[in-house]
Design a binder for this molecule. Structure first.
Ligand SMILES: Nc1ncnc2c1ncn2[C@@H]1O[C@H](COP(=O)(O)OP(=O)(O)O)[C@@H](O)[C@H]1O
Ligand SMILES: [Mg+2]
Length: 288
């Protein structure tokens, strides 16, 4: 999957350790970590280069563990490095902030590394970056080994009180945001129908065989606005619960007369877990 993502001009160099201890983390989320780091590396190497991934086992001494805020002892180290443009100290200090991006409008969402950071923290781990302009970048992730004696947490209830296969129609024009959002929803057990525009969503909703449980929409879209598209879809499917996710104030919606019964609103910045929780509530509610 990574090779396809990075394209032909970037060489993928893997150095994977053997006999690594297991870690306790969500597979879907870790996949997202690798994807986000690889996409960033690719973006930093428009003329090609090398993306390296290394995994190894290590024993964290108490000092290092304290500094990293990670449990001491056995751990797994994952290093993702590239030979790209690198970054200066000012940029480096801000890269984990949600919505921080140095990419032009429409290219970057600034959500990749914020997501990575959240996932690694949630897994009890740490992520440290090293870089210099022109010298590439190196992201070192440390995740403590899972303690075999500890009760393994049950995997998140992807199959919820309802079927867990509820369908979400997602309208979001930004490719990266849509991707990240769809992945998070799928990791929570939803089926996601991705629509890059309101027009596209309306076309999908016209198909009577398409089952939809919750509509999730951005507000500002090029072309038809989110509220305008939602209004049309609600004409066809009046009982569909709607969740708007937007950086715009709520009264944008009032203007469209959309504050109806089952229209809900989340104001950006929204964490992926807040979003999936909100969708889960609407999906459960709607199916009862
Ligand atoms: N491998 C890398 N090399 C150089 N700069 C990077 C790298 N990874 C991330 N960055 C910097 O961090 C910023 C934030 O990254 P990210 O959160 O993934 O958002 P986005 O990729 O949408 O800009 C990027 O805009 C870029 O400036
Ligand atoms: Mg990114």
């Amino acid at each position: 999957m990574l090779r396809r993502m990075i394209g032909n001009d970037v060489l993928l160099q893997l150095e994977l350790g053997e006999g690594l201890p297991p870690v306790c983390a969500d597979v879907g989320q870790l996949t997202q970590v690798f994807m986000n780091l690889a996409v960033n590396a690719r973006d930093a190497m428009p003329l090609g280069g090398t993306l390296g991934i290394e995994t190894s086992r290590l024993t964290l001494p108490p000092d290092d563990a304290k500094r990293l805020e990670v449990q001491a002892g056995d751990a797994v180290r994952i290093v993702v490095w590239d030979t790209g443009a690198g970054m200066d100290a000012v940029t480096m200090h801000r890269i984990f902030e949600p919505f921080f991006t140095t990419k032009e409008v429409g290219k970057g969402s600034g959500l990749g590394l914020a997501t990575v950071y959240g996932i690694i923290k949630q897994s009890g781990g740490a992520i440290v970056v090293e870089s210099q302009p022109g010298e590439g970048a190196r992201f070192a992730i440390t995740i403590p080994a899972a303690d075999a004696k500890v009760d393994w947490p049950q995997p998140p209830a992807a199959v919820g009180s309802s079927t867990g296969a509820e369908s979400i129609l997602l309208i979001e024009d930004d490719h990266d945001v849509r991707n990240v959002t769809a992945r998070a929803l799928r990791a929570s057990g939803f089926t996601v129908i991705e629509c890059p525009s309101g027009e596209d969503a309306i076309a999908r909703a016209l198909d009577p065989t398409l089952h939809v449980d919750v509509l999730v929409s951005d507000v500002a879209l090029p072309g038809m606005s989110g509220p305008a598209a939602v209004q049309r879809i609600l004409q066809m499917r009046p009982s569909l619960p709607v969740l708007f996710v937007s950086g715009y104030p709520r009264n944008e919606l009032d203007r469209h007369g959309l504050t109806g019964s089952d229209v809900h609103f989340l104001e950006k910045p929204v964490s992926l877990s807040e979003l999936t929780d909100a969708v889960r509530r609407l999906a459960d509610h709607g199916s009862h």
